[in-house]
Design a protein. Structure first.
Length: 190
């Protein structure tokens, strides 16, 4: 009996060892599977994080473009309102020139004096109306030449004045608020 008991004990020990070995093998396999799943999950997380970052950047660029478009539209509307009378005033500048030429004519008769006064009144009203819209004359004669507002068409010499000084205004220049409609045509000292 002792043989049978030993065999039984040995058999039980072997079964226990086998079960323990299976558990170790299962634990190792499980650990490998877990590591693979963790690696795969980390890779997916990295991919999704990169995609999220890319979409956030895209959103920020689109938002900036939208804000810029709104700002440009606002500036365009403000400029359109500010310079709404520009085309009309450009068309009326020759009328101002002709009124000024009419007032430069020498008066010889009594009838011409009343006509002269009427043209002078019309010119004054016309200048007042255009000034309310923001039209102003560009100062020229005696000023330093400024290529932004003056157009030099001649050069003359005057020893009494500094070089670059406007000697004569040949045609008046006009600005609408801060925008030059027509530069003043001038003669400049050499």
């Amino acid at each position: 009996m002792s043989n049978t008991t030993n065999e039984k004990e040995t058999k039980e020990e072997l079964e226990q060892q086998f079960t323990a070995t299976e558990e170790v093998v299962d634990a190792e396999q499980t650990e490998e599977v877990v590591e693979a799943v963790v690696d795969e999950t980390e890779q997916k997380i990295a991919e999704l994080t990169a995609k999220l970052q890319e979409e956030e950047n895209r959103y920020l660029r689109l938002r900036a473009d939208y804000d810029n478009m709104l700002r440009r539209n606002k500036l365009d509307r403000e400029a359109a309102e500010k310079y709404r009378a520009q085309s009309l005033l450009n068309d009326l500048l020759p009328v101002l020139d002709n009124l000024e030429r009419a007032l430069q004519v020498q008066i010889t008769s009594e009838d011409a004096v009343s006509l002269y006064k009427g043209v002078e009144m019309v010119q004054r009203q016309f200048l007042d109306a255009t000034a309310r819209e923001g039209l102003e004359q560009i100062a020229a004669e005696g000023e330093a030449f400024d290529p932004n507002v003056h157009q030099a068409v001649m050069q003359e010499q005057d020893a009494e004045k500094e070089s670059g000084t406007v000697l004569r205004e040949l045609q008046k220049g006009y600005k609408l608020k801060d925008r030059v409609l027509r530069p003043a045509m001038v003669s400049v000292n050499e």
